[in-house]
Design a protein around this ligand. Structure first.
Ligand code: SAM
Length: 241
């Protein structure tokens, strides 16, 4: 079978490290399916305006460490969803060093809150530093803890719940949505096309986790769900009532 060449799109920071990372990762994933034509992805990245310095520093750090942040395309999408919904209360599962939380914190009004969860001590320290630089600490509560424990002890209700934890745990988030998400609220989940693996032969725990959460959401008449082919695939589920 002919293998698809890795797209040569540079990562948003344009760094050589970023280019190498993208090339390697993309070859693995895109060897099966190109979710988006690489020329379209390149175009989208090209038209995306520069970000504030703190965000661009986070993007460079992610490229250097090969750390999977959502990046500016999905970051802007998260901002838009939260702002369009008038969200005040956001719960983030898997915060890394605060890149996606930065977008949410900018989208919500003063007095709103982003509840963050992250197991890595180092990532939590970096998140405090980055968010503090832009005066966003007063809008976040950062739990250095397992996101599943945080959602269990956070009654909410939240306007938006964003999930970006280890994919094998994705289905474990689903039972909490009924009580933690307000009616009309949005559940957003990253990597729901898992860079094409959902249609491949992979049967590892992560791929199974992504497929199972997808099935649960699409089978539940209490939500309307769709998946956008943006980067690794971003799902959007509205709780109806
Ligand atoms: C894909 S990264 C998150 C990136 C972040 N959402 C962003 O775009 O800036 C996943 C992060 O979730 C953390 N993580 C994975 N499973 C977790 C869990 N069950 N509870 C809390 N954090 C978790 C990892 O340590 C990692 O930092």
């Amino acid at each position: 079978m002919r293998r698809t060449a890795a797209p040569r799109t540079p990562r948003p920071d344009g760094s050589r490290a970023g280019r190498r990372l993208w090339g390697r990762a993309a070859f693995r994933y895109h060897a099966r399916v190109n979710i988006v034509d690489p020329r379209i992805e390149e175009y989208l990245e090209r038209i995306t305006p520069p970000r504030p310095e703190t965000l661009e520093e986070m993007e460079r750090l992610a490229a250097r460490r090969h750390f999977p942040i959502v990046g500016p395309l999905v970051g802007r999408f998260l901002f838009l969803q939260a702002r369009a919904l008038g969200a005040r209360h956001v719960l983030e599962l898997g915060s890394g060093f605060g890149y996606s939380a930065w977008w949410f914190a900018q989208a919500i009004p003063a007095g709103g809150r982003v509840v963050m969860s992250e197991t890595s001590t180092e990532n939590c320290a970096l998140a405090r530093d980055f968010l503090g630089r832009d005066g966003l600490l007063e809008k976040v509560t950062l739990h250095e803890a397992n996101a599943l424990d945080v959602i269990e002890r956070s009654p909410g209700p939240f306007d938006v719940i964003f999930c970006d934890i280890d994919k094998h745990d994705y289905p474990r988030v689903y039972p909490f949505l009924k009580t933690r998400l307000r009616p009309g609220g949005l559940f957003i989940c990253d990597n729901m096309l898992w860079f094409g693996r959902v249609v491949g032969p992979d049967e590892d725990d992560d791929t199974r986790g992504v497929r199972e959460l997808t099935r649960l959401l699409y089978d539940d008449a209490g939500y309307v769900t769709t998946i956008l082919p943006l980067r690794g695939g971003v799902s959007l589920s509205c709780r109806l009532g």
